[in-house]
Design a protein around this ligand. Structure first.
Ligand code: NAP
Length: 495
């Protein structure tokens, strides 16, 4: 079965282009809204699950929240006067996306339960195959496939032998009550640090298995008062100003600083982390166990108002001895001790190098994405891949991912991609993709620039690729804005 253009409005369509949007998370919803705004009405949004929301649909673990301020973690065109806190809980963010999708009439046109299995560029168009066996054809693909949704399971012997209940944080089992249970958590990233304070009051015992200590920057998270929310509603321009101020502050204090390991801002962040540890953790032995041996910001910075308090509760134990294996009754550490558990939670993060995969993507002349990415995922400006014409990734490889508002990033990237599509609309070409030469140059410059960043200052993190080079955008947020403002058209192959 081949789909017809269910959403087509031929009279208003620009250039008769048909778009296939893959994914109905933050970037997919954004794409639909902006395509319509630009006059492109012929599109489909394919979503593999039965609900929109992406990351926020997948991550429903206890204490889930966003450590980017709410007014920045919102679409610039759909500000929300009703955010409850400076940093919002995950459920509220999911509701926000559902609400925006409803208001803009996007939810009605999403094709749920339709996983795109294959996407091939043949005879000048993209041909896709879906999980139900149906097919579709389009001119432009927007891969809004997300970053943090393929759980990384630890390779620990005996994991399957555990007799209690075990689950990954992105597959939270809400049917399992934690109250009164002996709970183990493996991992000390942002996720685990959010879970610990939210469950410590309920569980009988919490064992937190730490392989590497994390720097924790204090987070001040006041609630917005009803008066403040009413004022935002009455004067939306104040929300706009607040968003712009937060964005500027975020860029100056953090985003532009992490790319220069010698920046004074990073030193200030490090000092704030040290002061937080020293003022909050009383027991000197525990304090030293929690003290990282690398610089703050090298791993993704963890923010928390209450993690240190929670880990000092009498029913909490920080286990720093390495894990030997998992046994039916719990976790055996290398010192021979068995930590008996009823529930084992894997807060072990995500496979961040997947991007569009496991979807099979085939570009011009049968070039498989697996082949193009044999040495690792790479994309010109994090958006376009040579010989994969008219395919644009949002939050793709080599982009800014750590402690940035990915919404702000996706808006910039989509605006950039639509400028390239406009070349097709204008009749200048039928196919546009980054040139091989420009992509190689971009990647060489990018790799060179990573040397100065804090991510290359000596720690293990998910920012690093298989060769240990940070796989992310190594320049300032301001540079991203400048690059995204207008594509360097000479870096593209237009056919
Ligand atoms: P993560 O940052 O990748 O942390 C994974 C943790 O699991 C690390 O502590 C890691 O230890 C540990 N680990 C992995 N494999 C292990 C093994 N075999 N044995 C022992 N420990 C193991 O994952 P995450 O906390 O889920 O966070 C993922 C990303 O999600 C974050 O970095 C962030 O971008 C995002 N996130 C964002 C927010 C937000 O508020 N915006 C909230 C939560 C998560 P090592 O450090 O030793 O590798």
């Amino acid at each position: 079965m081949t789909r017809t253009a269910a959403t087509a409005h031929p009279s208003t369509d620009r250039a008769g282009l048909r778009f296939l949007v893959i994914g109905a998370g933050m970037s997919g919803i954004l794409s639909a809204i902006k395509l319509r705004e630009a006059g492109y009405h012929d599109f489909e949004i394919y979503e593999k699950t039965d609900r929109l929301g992406g990351t926020w649909r997948e991550n429903t673990y206890a204490g889930v929240g966003c450590d980017v301020p709410s007014h920045l973690y919102s679409y610039s065109f759909a500000l929300n006067p009703d955010w409850s806190h400076r940093f919002s809980p995950g459920g509220e963010i999911q509701t926000y996306f559902e609400d925006v999708a409803r208001r803009y009439g996007v939810d009605r046109v999403i094709r749920y339960g339709q996983e795109v299995r294959r996407c091939a560029f043949e005879n000048g168009r993209w041909h896709i195959e879906l999980s139900d066996g149906s097919r579709d054809v389009g001119d432009v693909v927007i891969a809004a496939t997300g970053v943090l949704h393929h759980p990384a399971y630890p390779d620990i012997p005996g994991l399957d032998s555990f007799a209690g209940v075990s689950f990954h944080t992105a597959r939270w089992n809400h049917a399992v009550p934690l109250a009164g249970q002996r709970v183990g958590i493996i991992g000390t990233g942002s996720t685990a640090v959010q879970i610990v304070p939210s469950v410590i009051g309920d569980v009988a015992k919490l064992s937190l298995f730490q392989r590497t200590a994390q720097w924790v920057v204090p987070q001040d998270n006041p609630a917005y008062t009803e008066d403040e929310k009413a004022a935002f509603r009455r004067h939306p321009e104040t929300m706009k100003q607040l968003r712009a101020d937060i964005s500027r502050m975020f860029a100056d204090m953090f985003s532009n600083a992490v790319v220069d390991a010698s920046s004074p801002q990073l030193q200030a962040i490090h000092a704030a982390c040290v002061a937080n540890l020293e003022s909050q953790v009383r027991d000197p032995v525990l304090r030293e166990k929690l003290r990282p041996d690398y610089r703050a910001g090298c791993k993704r910075l963890v923010m928390s108002a209450d993690f240190y308090q929670a880990i000092q509760r009498p029913n909490a134990e920080l286990v720093t001895e390495g894990i030997e294996r998992i046994e039916p009754s719990g976790v055996r550490t290398r010192d021979g001790r068995l930590h008996e558990l009823d529930v084992l939670i894997l807060a072990t993060g995500f496979r961040v190098d997947r991007f569009m995969r496991p979807m099979e993507v085939v570009g011009r002349d049968g070039l498989a994405l697996e082949e193009a990415w044999r040495k690792g995922p790479i994309a010109y400006m994090a958006i376009s891949i040579p010989d994969f014409p008219n395919l644009f990734m949002l939050n793709g490889p080599n982009g800014p991912v750590g402690n940035f508002s990915l919404i702000e990033v996706a808006e910039l990237q989509l605006g950039y991609a639509l400028q390239l599509v406009d070349r097709i609309r204008a009749g200048e070409c039928r196919e546009v993709s980054a040139s091989r030469e420009a992509t190689e140059r971009f990647d060489a410059e990018r790799r060179q620039a990573t040397r100065k960043t804090i991510w290359a200052s000596g720690c293990r993190s998910w920012y690093l690729d298989a060769e240990g080079v940070p796989a992310v955008w190594p320049w300032s947020f301001d540079r991203l804005r400048e690059e995204m403002a207008t594509p360097r058209i000479a870096d593209f192959e237009l056919r």
